[in-house]
Each structure stands twice: as structure tokens, then as C-alpha cells.
Design a protein around this ligand. Structure first.
Ligand SMILES: [Zn+2]
Ligand SMILES: [Zn+2]
Length: 488
């Protein structure tokens, strides 16, 4: 700490919010000549209903930002990038090349939903069929942004190769390092240098996983192991191992099909949908799931991403992942037929939490059907239909969009199909580095963060550790945390 007290180059970091969604860390670099560089890491949309107001404000002036960085193509990390430009940001947004290719899908879909929600009148119960991402309406009548704003934003998004360092602005270099959380997902290294000063290294983990079934993860640059690092780590993690989850999913599926039950699987569009399709293919290939049982995928965005996987097969190692007898559901009539048809089937439908997209149409119908199983394979936030269904017992009356239905279907859930590492894997990530100066914990439920901090102290005993909070700025120098002070 001694040397740090005299630091004349440092970075102040502060997040916009405490919660799991709406990820955004605001950083201000101060150089010895008093010049400043301002940037953000991620600019996510708040999805919790109670935080909708947060979507309208930034904790900085967008026009003052020098650049923005994004870790991965999840809407809670990129969902407000168009709003950033709409509000005056004129710099560049950097992402991994793959993320920059995926972003238009997610952002255009979100713009559609935002505009549809803004237009909604009192007949607001109708299903927005195209939507796959949970987004709540903003309090004002105007949408947060439109597809024109998305187009303008995308003109300013620059995709970069993994492990290739580039200068985002003078004295600030950036490197995207691949991780397994999602196709295109990265950890981001920010290196700040100035003549005569020791460099400051910041490593933003992003949502993290050390494994992905669909692609090999590029190794991180070797030099990272020994440089003095300040790690900003997301504490969102899964509790069960991937093997356990896949095993439970298979057991539940087989049990349901044996009873001749139809199986409805609410899915997230990117990653989860393709993983489950691949899982079904493997089960068909090993004759566990008969090929004559029809499989449906409903959700425009999930279908687009599936096509993206097929069209960009150089990015993924499993080229042949679609099961036989698979149909993309694209019309109203097809949906009506699926609802009418009593035969056993497997239906994947967005959204993963059940409250947006075509799942809104299917779930109320299938929940009251005792010949049906519903399998959630991801986290569901409170207030979502998925959460309600998971927590109801059979025979319970459930209110969905004003209508009352009796729960008769069997509801299964596995916490995570994949995507997030287990807490042990997050600790393992920290252990890879030999010279960690400080660890800042970000992006997770309060209890999870506290629990994780305890684990890190026990297992890694870092020199300094802190939880990032909107009320406090944390000042970091080349030797770690300098101080924490109240944010304005
Ligand atoms: Zn996240
Ligand atoms: Zn994520």
C-alpha cells in the first residue's frame, strides 16, 4: 500500500447497480498529466421489473465516454448499447469478433419488444410472438430505443480477434480472451501504460465458464500468469456440475416419454437451445429417444441463432447437432396444430423463464394437462411464469395473464444446463494467476457475493478483496486497491 499512496496514475471503478442484470462497470483512468480516459465494461438491460427505472439513466454522461467494451452477447450485458448512442455516446464499442456478429440479432429482437411494449394499450395481455428475451416495458410511452438506434449503434461496434491486443485509445490497450460461457464470450484485459509509470492491469472476467460443448476455448496469453493483476470477477455461478445436470435432464425426459407424456422445454435462445437440440440428437443416436417422436423449436431468435451455428460451422466443433424429425415452428397455424395434437412430442420454446415469447402461449395450455411434462433448464427470476410454475404443487390454481388454470403437468427443473462455472471453477480461474493484487467481486445476488468472498479469502487469500457497489468507487493503482470512497 505504501507505494500506492503516492500513485499518480489510477483507475476508479464503480458499477451502476448491485443486481444480477443490467451489468455495467464505469471506469475513469487518471494519468499523471491529469488527463482522463473514461470507459465502461458492458451496458446491460435491467430485466427485473422493480429496476425498470434504472434503464432510463446512466451513472455517467454518455458523450464523455471514450469507448465501451462488451464481454458477451447476453441482453443483461449489451441491452442498453443502443440507448448509449441514442443518449450521445460517439465513441466505439469493442467486442470479440463473434460477439459483434451476434449482437444485431439480440439487439434487434429487443428493440422489437421494446417498441411493441411501448405501443401496447390496455389490451396488453396479448402474446408478443416474436419476443424471446424477457424485457419489461419502460415507464414512459416512448420505447427505450428503436431498430434505427440499433443500426446506428452497430455501425460503431468493432469486432476484434481473441488474444490480439489493440489500442482502444492512447495509453489504453485491450485484449479479448475467450471463455466458455457463450459463443463469443470473453474475459477482457485492459492494460494502462504511461511513460515512467508501472502499468495497471485490469482483468474483467465477464460471466465465466471454463468449458463449452460447442467450441474449444482458445488459451489465454501466457504473460498474464505473472503480471500484477486486478481481477474484476462476476460472482454468478452454478451449483451443480454439468454431468449431474445432463443426467437429471435425461432421466426426467426418459421417464416422461415412457409415460407417453409430451415434454415442453422452455429455453434461452442462444446456447441453451442448441445444447438441448444436440442432447436430443445424442439421445436419438443411442436409441433412448425414438426418432419418430416429433421435435419442435419455437422462437424466432432461437431459430436464427441455430441457423447462425449452422452457417458459421468454422466457429464450432460440433457441426452436426440437429436431431432428426425437427421442425421450426414459424406460423400461427403450426402453433395451433401443436396445441391440438394429443400425440407425444418434444417442444423447445422461448423464453427460458416462460414469460415471454411463444412459451406464453404454450405453458398455460400444457400446465393443466396431466399428460405433459415441463422442464425448465435455467434460472428463473421471481415474478416470472417459470418461477410460479416451479414453486406450485399439483392441483394448485395458478393465475396466468388473468386466467386461472389448475396445475396438473409434472414440472421439472435443473438449475443450469450450462453457461456458468461452478464456484470451484471460479476459484480455479483465480488460481491461474501468480501475482493477483486485488479482486473485485461484481454482478450477483448479495448473498452469493458475500458467500463467494468468504470462499475466495479461504482458498486464495488475496492481498485485497472488495465487493463492487454503486455507492462506492474503488480506486486501483499498479499495486492494487488504493482506497474506496463514496460515489457521488
Ligand atoms: Zn450475466
Ligand atoms: Zn451471461
Amino acid at each position: 500500500m505504501g507505494k500506492n499512496n503516492k500513485a499518480n496514475m489510477f483507475v476508479d471503478c464503480v458499477p451502476q447497480h448491485n443486481e444480477v442484470t443490467g451489468s455495467c462497470i464505469y471506469c475513469t483512468v487518471r494519468f499523471p498529466n491529469k488527463e482522463k480516459v473514461k470507459f465502461i465494461v458492458d451496458c446491460g438491460l435491467f430485466q427485473e421489473e422493480r429496476y425498470q427505472e434504472e434503464n432510463n439513466r446512466f451513472i455517467f454522461s454518455p458523450e464523455e465516454l471514450d469507448f465501451a467494451l462488451v464481454t458477451h452477447n447476453h441482453i443483461d450485458h449489451i441491452g442498453r448499447i443502443p440507448k448509449l448512442y441514442k443518449d450521445g455516446f460517439r465513441g466505439k464499442t469493442y467486442a470479440s469478433k463473434i460477439t459483434s456478429m451476434l449482437m444485431p440479432y439480440a439487439l434487434n429482437n429487443t428493440a422489437e419488444i421494446l417498441c411493441a411494449n411501448a405501443q401496447k394499450n390496455s389490451r396488453s395481455k396479448k402474446v408478443i410472438e416474436a419476443s424471446s428475451i424477457p424485457v419489461f416495458k419502460s415507464s414512459s410511452h416512448a420505447p427505450l430505443y428503436s431498430s434505427e438506434d440499433v443500426e446506428y449503434a452497430m455501425e460503431n461496434v468493432i469486432g476484434k480477434e481473441f488474444n490480439e491486443s489493440f489500442e482502444a485509445c492512447k495509453h489504453v490497450a485491450v485484449t479479448f480472451i475467450q471463455n466458455g460461457h457463450l459463443l463469443g464470450a470473453s474475459c477482457i484485459l485492459v492494460t494502462i501504460t504511461y511513460r515512467g509509470e508501472k502499468p495497471i492491469y485490469l482483468l474483467f472476467s465477464g460471466d465465466y465458464s471454463n468449458y463449452n460443448v460447442f467450441f474449444d476455448i482458445k488459451k489465454m496469453p501466457k504473460f498474464l500468469k505473472n503480471v500484477p493483476l486486478n481481477i474484476i470477477q462476476e460472482s454468478t455461478y452454478g451449483n451443480s456440475s454439468k454431468e449431474e445436470i445432463v443426467k437429471t435432464f435425461r432421466t426426467n425426459l426418459i421417464e416422461s416419454l415412457k409415460k407417453n407424456n409430451s415434454v415442453i422445454i422452455p429455453v434461452f435462445s442462444l446456447g441453451r437451445s442448441q445444447e438441448i437440440l444436440y442432447e436430443l440428437k445424442k439421445l436419438q443416436d443411442s436409441n433412448v429417444v425414438p426418432k419418430n417422436i416429433p421435435i419442435y423449436l419455437d422462437g424466432k431468435l432461437a431459430q436464427s441463432y441455430t441457423k447462425f451455428y449452422l452457417d458459421n460451422s468454422d466457429l464450432i466443433r460440433i457441426k452436426d447437432f440437429l436431431p432428426e424429425n425437427l421442425t421450426f415452428v414459424t406460423t400461427y397455424e403450426m402453433r395451433q396444430n401443436i396445441l391440438r395434437d394429443k400425440k407425444c412430442k418434444i417442444l423447445l420454446t422461448t423464453s427460458g423463464m416462460g414469460n415471454y415469447g411463444p412459451a406464453q402461449l404454450y405453458l398455460p395450455y400444457f400446465i393443466s394437462n396431466s399428460n405433459c411434462s415441463i422442464h425448465f433448464c435455467g434460472y428463473t427470476t421471481p415474478n416470472t411464469l417459470g418461477y410460479k410454475l416451479k414453486n406450485a404443487t399439483n392441483g394448485d390454481e395458478i393465475e396466468i395473464n388473468g386466467a386461472k388454470v389448475i396445475k396438473r403437468a409434472t414440472v421439472y427443473s435443473t438449475n443450469e444446463f450450462s453457461g456458468h462455472a461452478k464456484s470451484e471453477d471460479l476459484i480455479e480461474f483465480l488460481r491461474r494467476f501468480k501475482n493477483v493484487k486485488s479482486i473485485l467481486i461484481n454482478h450477483g445476488e448479495e448473498e452469493t457475493k458475500k458467500e463467494y468472498v468468504k470462499k475466495v479469502i479461504q482458498e486464495v487469500s488475496p492481498k485485497a478483496i472488495a465487493i463492487l457497489r454503486p455507492s462506492n468507487c474503488i480506486r486501483i493503482g499498479a499495486y492494487g486497491i488504493i482506497k474506496s470512497y463514496q460515489a457521488i
